[in-house]
Design a protein around this ligand. Structure first.
Ligand code: PLP
Length: 460
């Protein structure tokens, strides 16, 4: 052994780096993160937004892109002016970005729509005539009612486990021909999902296509049409940090080209006479009327921001928040966290729960009025699932996203603890079926709300 090694100076220790605790801070900045809201007992609190599954706030990057595009906004597609050409390029580039974000194959089509409901109603009009659709009874109404309305549809009972549910799907697919299985990418009630690759395998083996309702998946996990083999995905901008009225249906071209125009009108046609009309191919075939250029720009900006996150960061952030939330809820007496399946993989950051002996509407009103916390209560547009879970009267739902932090989760847990130990501090009453403070001094018009949030002219 050489003396040089024996005499080597001690290795220089790297300067201590504060450990990064997942979930400690928001992953991406959202507009209005510091908004303060009035409390009914008096004073104000930072608004704690735990309702991102319903609608998520705009990313700062999204707002900045919209602000940049706004002065350039003009008519699209048929305008000869320079700004019309810029706007057309913005719109079509946004379409390409959105398609890329969900891993569209080269021959897939991306139709820009208003939201997931719009996308699913559009696809319902494109499934070839007579083709049957298969869904589970755990779907959001948006992924149930368009199929019911169109018919024929089979609504399969969701099994108690993922294994049972997949087996039931396989049995049903073997028993009857289906054109399409419409499946949730992540439940809006529990954040759970079926293993998509297995659903795709079962469906394709039986000659059926797969639509993924991506409303609660696409904003929260990397999703790829090409990677998963799924045929279609639908999702909403307002749940993807781009609340500007846009969404998308992305997937196989043939059904979309063969179907009647979803929105008959200008922009969707090649030639019109008083007797007959010839239509252009998808996507424009289904986008009659003036398109939502700024909505598309916003959605693409959100896709860019999420795509730029390091691989796994989004899942890790939400996992940390969800784990703390579920552990904290489980420690509270009488609180039950809802699960669809006993054996599902890690859910997204959507957690529904009940509080024994307390009406969910009352708890939600209390959280808002006394703590400035926004959650959802009710049946979450998933009535059959809530009935299946044994809570036909509804539950509470807290949901997190890139703008959430552990402080938000702790605020909810603390407020629930106070509710259980001390009860509400002000009286509540039901008005038209909704719980609210018996005497609510909070004004909800824009200028009062903006003043309260510190973004309007100050009150004298
Ligand atoms: N699918 C799921 C799973 C949802 O959570 C929602 C909305 O909450 C929808 C579909 C409908 O989305 P939108 O209201 O944006 O059309």
């Amino acid at each position: 052994m050489s003396s040089a090694v024996l005499c080597a100076p001690a290795a220089v220790q790297p300067a201590a780096v504060a450990p990064i605790v997942p979930g400690a801070t928001p992953l991406l900045p959202v507009v209005g993160a510091d908004t303060r809201v009035p409390l009914v007992p008096g004073g104000t609190a930072r608004y704690v937004d735990l309702d991102t599954a319903a609608s998520s706030r705009a990313l700062e990057q999204v707002a900045a892109r919209v602000t940049e595009a706004l002065p350039l906004y003009s008519s699209v597609h048929r305008g000869a002016g320079y700004l019309s050409q810029v706007s057309t390029a913005l719109y079509e580039d946004a379409r390409a970005t959105v398609a890329g974000f969900v891993g569209a194959r080269g021959d897939d089509v991306c139709v820009l729509v208003r939201h997931t409901t719009d996308a699913l109603n559009l696809l319902a009009g494109c499934v070839p005539d007579g083709g049957a659709v298969l869904v589970l009874d755990c779907e959001h109404h948006a992924d149930l009612l368009p199929w019911q309305q169109r018919g024929p549809v089979t609504v399969l009972p969701t099994g108690a486990t993922v294994v049972e549910t997949l087996r039931a799907l396989g049995t049903e697919l073997a028993a009857a021909p289906y054109a399409l299985i419409a499946v949730t990418g992540a439940s809006n009630v529990t954040g759970e999902s079926l293993p998509l690759d297995e659903v795709v395998q079962l469906a394709h083996a039986a000659g059926a296509r797969v639509l993924v309702d991506g409303a609660q998946l696409v904003p929260h996990r990397r999703f790829s049409l090409a990677g998963s083999g799924a045929d279609y995905v639908a999702f909403s901008g307002h749940k993807t940090y781009a609340p500007f009225g846009s969404g998308a249906l992305v997937g196989r071209r043939d059904w979309l080209d063969a179907a009647p125009a979803y929105l008959a009108g200008g922009g969707a046609v090649q030639e019109v006479t008083v007797e007959r009309t010839s239509w252009v191919a998808a996507p424009h075939r289904h986008e009659g009327g003036s398109p939502n250029v700024l909505g598309a720009v916003a959605l693409a900006a959100a896709c860019d921001a999420l795509a730029a996150l390091p691989a796994g960061a989004l899942a890790e952030h939400e996992r940390a928040l969800r784990e703390r939330l579920v552990a904290g809820l489980a420690a509270l007496p009488g609180v039950r966290v809802l699960r669809i399946w006993a054996d599902s993989a890690e859910p997204t950051g959507v957690v529904s729960f009940t509080v024994a002996g307390a009406d969910p509407g009352l708890v939600a009103a209390y959280l808002s009025a006394e703590h400035g916390i926004g959650v959802r209560d009710g049946r979450f547009c998933a009535h059959p699932l809530l009935a299946r879970l044994g809570v036909p009267a509804g539950a509470l739902r807290a949901s997190v996203g890139v703008g959430s932090s552990l402080d938000d989760v702790e605020a909810l847990l603390g407020a629930l603890d106070a509710f259980l130990s001390a009860g509400p501090q002000v009286p509540y009453a039901q008005v038209a079926g909704r719980w609210q403070p018996a005497d609510d001094p909070r004004a909800t018009d824009l200028s009062s709300a903006a003043r309260g949030a510190g973004c309007g002219p100050s009150v004298r």
